[in-house]
Design a protein around this ligand. Structure first.
Ligand SMILES: Cc1ncc(COP(=O)(O)O)c(CNc2cccc(C(=O)O)c2)c1O
Length: 459
């Protein structure tokens, strides 16, 4: 079975043996998977030879773009030298030591300590353990409840899936585990009603204070949130939201966890989204851009206070076989070296981020587009049948988003849809010319979606 096998045969084997994430298997068997065979820069190639611009960086993760030989070489060298050894039982190895020191250097505040996993979900499960063990070690064992947001996304393990606020997941075997509660999200477009964004941001943040008082501040351990919600639809909170969340966390002594799986490593124009949004987290969840997706790795960056408290408490009985995997660590180090040496984070902040914002905003003149927002290199379009009222389409939510996504693929562009919002998060190496192409293809796809809706009498 190779790249040269006919696509139909590859699709049949895939449908027969491979269960895909977040996928309707029958629908996939019907349509046949698109087989991606190669990728270079910001462009994918599929088994039919189609070239597709990947405005989603895979799944928000290929920050340095595809085809960087340096990461291949780093992985090969490390595999040759030491393909695996664990970090349990008083052992370590150079790649994980070097990576930990590098992350401490890059992270803000006193986030000088890293616990590793192989994914963002596992890192958030780790955070549940760390937070509860921390408070117990401080003599407050009853301080266990974690507060998160509806429509937040923190992964697909029982812990991560419970911290997430995605109802369709909770109805499929991911019950919200005890001690996790959700408050509303700062999604002004969908839920702001007649409030100004600023009033709405305060109102939603103050739900945290109300929830703490309802639960009893001595029972509340932490709050977790994405600086900007990614999988929830690139929900950029109003400017009043995070300062108020921070004030409340400080006031009631609850730990603030910033989930930086998407926002980390330059995505928002700073090294971390917390810096862009003015948050001072006690823990940061990392994954995706840590290795640019070339190899799985995740982790929890924790403060001196938390690390020292855990250390004083003796054995921390938690960990994964691949925690701190040497090959993943070597690839992550090379990835971070490229981000630093090519000044890709500064480039997002000073150059391509502002350029994308300008070009993306031109889509506001399209009849379907009610909002065209971006921060750094993550952006969103709100599709609506009535801009002034921020109206929703009749029928199933997401049907128009799906139409648009399908048109994007036909036009050589990967855009994600979340409900009737279109999402982009292109690699940080994207050029001005590629941004122009991205916006051109997005506009063409919007036009075709609009024509289709008119033809079907849906607009
Ligand atoms: C903020 C955040 N936290 C945790 C995770 C979980 O990471 P892992 O997947 O590595 O366990 C994520 C992952 N985010 C994610 C994963 C898969 C698909 C999509 C999408 O938007 O379609 C988003 C995420 O976006």
């Amino acid at each position: 079975i190779t790249n040269h096998m006919p696509t139909k045969e590859l699709q049949a084997l895939d449908a027969a043996h491979h269960i895909h994430p977040f996928t309707d298997a029958n629908e996939l068997a019907e349509s046949g998977a698109r087989i991606i065979t190669r990728a270079e820069g910001v462009t994918l190639t599929d088994s039919e030879g189609n070239q597709i611009m990947d405005a989603m960086s895979g799944l928000w993760c290929v920050n340095i773009g595809y085809g960087r030989q340096e990461l291949v070489d780093a992985a090969a060298r490390q595999m040759q030298e030491l393909p695996f050894y664990n970090t349990f039982f008083m052992t370590s190895h150079v790649p994980v030591i070097a990576l930990s020191a590098k992350l401490a250097e890059l992270a803000p505040g006193t986030l000088n300590h890293v616990f590793y996993s192989s994914s963002g979900s596992e890192a958030n499960d780790t955070n549940i353990r760390i937070v509860r063990h921390y408070w117990a070690s401080k003599g407050k064992p009853e301080k266990t409840v974690m507060i998160a947001r509806k429509n937040g996304y923190h992964g697909s393990t029982l812990g991560g899936g419970s911290l997430g606020g995605m109802a369709p997941m909770h109805s499929q075997g991911v019950p919200v585990i005890p001690g996790i509660v959700h408050i509303d999200q700062p999604h002004w477009w969908n839920e702001g009603g007649d409030m100004t964004p600023e009033e709405f941001g305060l109102e939603r943040a103050r739900q945290l204070e109300a929830k703490i008082l309802e639960l009893g501040e001595d029972n509340v351990a932490a709050f977790i949130g994405e600086p900007i919600q990614g999988a929830g639809g690139v929900v950029i909170p109003p400017s009043t939201y995070w300062p108020e969340i921070q004030r409340i966390c400080d006031k009631y002594e609850i730990l603030l966890i910033a989930d930086e799986v998407i926002c980390g490593f330059g995505r928002t124009g700073s090294w971390f989204g917390s810096q862009t949004m003015g948050i001072r987290p006690d823990i940061m969840t990392i994954a995706k851009g840590l290795t640019s997706g070339y190899i799985p790795m995740g982790g929890s960056l924790v403060s001196d206070e938390i690390a020292n408290t855990l250390a004083a408490a003796g054995d921390f009985n938690h960990g994964y076989t691949y925690s701190g995997h040497p090959v993943a660590a070597a690839v992550a180090l090379e990835n971070l070296r490229i981000l630093q040496e090519e000044k890709l984070v500064e480039r997002v902040h000073d150059d391509v981020g502002p350029y994308l914002a300008k070009q993306w905003a031109t889509l506001l003149d399209h009849p379907l587009v009610g909002e065209a927002n971006s921060v750094g290199l993550m952006g969103t379009l709100a599709l609506t049948p009535g801009k002034a009222k921020r109206a929703k389409f009749a029928g199933k939510e997401g049907a128009v988003g799906l139409r648009c996504r399908t048109r994007c693929f036909a036009n050589g562009l990967v855009m994600r849809h979340v409900g009737d919002r279109m999402i982009i998060a292109p690699p940080l190496v994207i050029t001005h010319a590629e941004i122009d192409t991205l916006v051109e293809r997005a506009r063409k796809s919007l036009d075709e979606t609009y024509e289709g809706l008119l033809k079907d009498g849906l607009f």
